[in-house]
Write a protein that binds this ligand. Structure first.
Ligand SMILES: CSCC[C@@H](NC(=O)CCC(=O)O)C(=O)O
Ligand SMILES: [Mg+2]
Length: 367
């Protein structure tokens, strides 16, 4: 396979509704796409970095810069197989989301030539996955209950509520009172609390939550271990799990009992699989997190979510959760599940007209 170059394409996708978390409110999702163009195939990667460094230290323009100046030239100078991309890029410190996007594009191109799907390559054991949905912080409890009711009507099998100090026990209590105890329910704090909030977080214990996601700072494994001894709700980590090694450390320190796996956060789908394997070896359930991906990243996430250790519904919602029109054929929920793509590579491709409608800039980096 001979790569002729790499395309960096910035797109801007309006959200169907504002999405508010403890670190801010989004109304559009700006995305950096990476196109790995070879003589016999093209592959696509999606960089999940946000426009601003609010979820993690990466941000879209920084990812574009490190790809343009370091990662893409290193790859084009010595085009290794997809399994070699992470090692080739390791000398460049950090930037897991940028690295993940390039690895994903190379993997997609390679698998298309081989006629192999992402699901087949990663080791999927299911042909459809149960889907959860992430629900933002709202202006009022009634507004929240309307949103949750709508998602349950759509068939989502698990509800995740974004929380922050001042919006935690009340919304959880209201959802339980309105929709009952059988709804699979969890919360995500995006690092908004401190160990000093343990008593407040323990007030969530009576609501039988599946988990509380990332209550404390990304680098506070010991704090999460101490918190886990003060609350009954299982602690799940997201931002803290940056690699398989970090997952092993978090589990060994009893900092978490569940792991949210996000390929972009950990440097790619191959590292994501390694984290899955570490967690399975420790008996720790995992689920697939989301970064408001377009259908490209969504396709890869759904394939990943079909691996055996993904025993909890992920944030693998339908395309319509965020976008009125996706850049690929939309992912549509059916009986609360999404079908795992079976075609070569990602199994989906960007629809040229849709892609052009949302494109802000494109750059060509020739081999
Ligand atoms: C803008 S919030 C992105 C990070 C957040 N992601 C979600 O809540 C799920 C988003 C999705 O459905 O893709 C998380 O911390 O888990
Ligand atoms: Mg999270």
């Amino acid at each position: 396979m001979k790569f002729t170059g790499v395309q960096l394409r910035r797109i801007s996708m309006p959200l169907v509704a504002p999405f508010r978390t403890s670190f801010g409110t989004q109304t559009t999702r700006d995305v950096l796409l990476v196109g790995a163009m070879a003589d016999d195939a093209e592959g696509w990667g999606e960089c999940v970095a946000m426009e601003s460094p609010l979820y993690s230290s990466e941000y879209l323009d920084g990812a574009a810069d490190v790809l343009r100046r370091y990662l893409v030239p290193a790859f084009l100078a010595s085009p290794v197989p997809a399994t070699g991309v992470a090692g080739l890029l390791a000398p460049f410190k950090g930037h897991p989301m940028a690295k993940a996007a390039l690895e994903m594009a190379v993997l997609d191109a390679s698998l298309r030539v081989l006629g192999r799907s992402f699901a087949g390559e990663l080791g999927a054991v299911r042909d459809r996955v149960p889907c959860g949905v992430s629900v933002g912080i709202m202006d009022s409890i009634p507004q929240l209950l309307d949103a949750v009711g709508g998602y349950l009507d759509e068939g989502y099998v698990r509800i995740k509520l974004k929380i922050e100090p001042g919006w935690d026990v009340e919304p959880v209590r209201a959802v339980r009172e309105r929709f009952g105890d059988d709804v699979l329910l969890q919360v995500d704090a995006n690092t908004a609390y401190t160990l000093g909030d343990a008593r407040q977080l323990a007030r969530l214990d009576p609501f039988d939550l599946l988990l509380i996601e990332q209550p404390l700072d990304e680098d506070d494994l010991l704090g999460h271990a101490q918190l886990a001894r003060q609350i009954r709700t299982p602690v799940c980590l997201d931002e803290s799990i940056t690699s398989a090694r970090a997952a092993a450390a978090a589990i060994t320190l009893d900092a978490c009992r569940i792991v949210n796996i996000k390929p972009g956060r950990v440097g790619g789908y191959l590292e994501a699989r390694r984290i899955h394997d570490v967690c399975v070896a420790h008996g720790v359930p995992v689920w697939c997190g989301g970064m408001l991906e377009t259908g490209l990243g969504r396709a890869a996430n759904v394939a990943l979510a079909a691996l055996p250790g993904f025993t909890l519904p992920g944030d693998t919602s339908g395309s319509g959760r965020y976008y009125a029109a996706d850049i690929t054929e939309p992912f549509v929920l059916r009986d609360g599940h999404l079908d795992v793509p079976t075609g070569p590579g990602l199994g989906v491709v960007p629809i040229p007209d849709r892609l052009d409608e949302v494109t802000v800039t494109t750059e060509w980096l020739p081999a």
